[in-house]
Design a protein around this ligand. Structure first.
Ligand code: GTP
Ligand code: MG
Length: 190
């Protein structure tokens, strides 16, 4: 399977388009977007990840074999950035998900440990749904929560986001849990 970093862009218009099903990975800063993209394409080192939030600053396009293309986006809500920088990243993300006509679906990622989703998470979910864009919700870092606590967390998150119970896919980029299921969901849309 040909896996490669293709190129980067700053908006829906200047990011290259491949002739494949395309999925955008969005979520709060440091939630694990790049790790999940790396895991899905089976080449974690190709995708920049970091302990420091705010690592991804551009829209990065990856080709994952014959079937699909993945776009790794910057995260929103990183508190240490200036207000202006934070606002411009948020604008980039929100515009991209509606203006990028080639997107097959948007994969929104939230952290399983959160008691409440952030206002930005909720705003983005609503923005995607209001604009009739196909949404896949992933709850990630599930390795960090004991199995008997997961259901409570997942139920809370799905309720906060206003998405149907049981619709989110659970993943861990660390253990690989759920990544096959997510891959199949994406493949089904190709
Ligand atoms: P930005 O691009 O800065 O917004 O971050 P990101 O959302 O791309 O997150 P990234 O993939 O860089 O991961 C952030 C941190 O979370 C890194 O230290 C990862 O190793 C860690 N991480 C990502 N996914 C998982 C996971 O499933 N489990 C655990 N335990 N850690 C994870
Ligand atoms: Mg990243």
């Amino acid at each position: 399977m040909a896996v490669r970093y293709v190129s980067s862009g700053t908006n829906a218009g200047n990011l290259e388009v491949l002739d494949k099903a395309e999925f955008a990975f969005v979520g709060r800063s440091n939630v694990g977007k790049s790790s999940l993209v790396g895991k899905l394409i089976g080449a974690p080192r190709l995708v920049r990840t970091s302990r420091t939030p705010g690592r991804t600053q551009m829209l990065n396009l990856f080709e994952a074999g014959r079937d699909f293309a993945l776009v790794d986006l910057p995260g929103y809500g990183y508190a240490k950035l200036s207000k202006k920088h934070r606002a411009s990243l948020k604008k980039m993300i929100f515009e991209f998900v509606v203006q990028r006509e080639t997107l097959t679906a948007i994969v929104q990622i939230v952290d399983v440990r959160r008691e409440k989703v952030s206002p930005d998470d909720l705003e983005l979910t609503q923005w995607i749904l209001e604009n009739d864009r196909p949404l896949i919700t992933v709850i990630t870092k599930v390795d960090l929560v004991a199995k008997n606590k997961r259901l409570t967390q997942i139920t809370k998150i799905e309720k906060c986001l206003g998405i149907p119970a049981g619709s989110a896919i659970l993943c861990s980029s660390k253990t690989g849990e759920g990544t096959k299921i997510l891959r199949s969901r994406l493949m089904a849309l190709c």
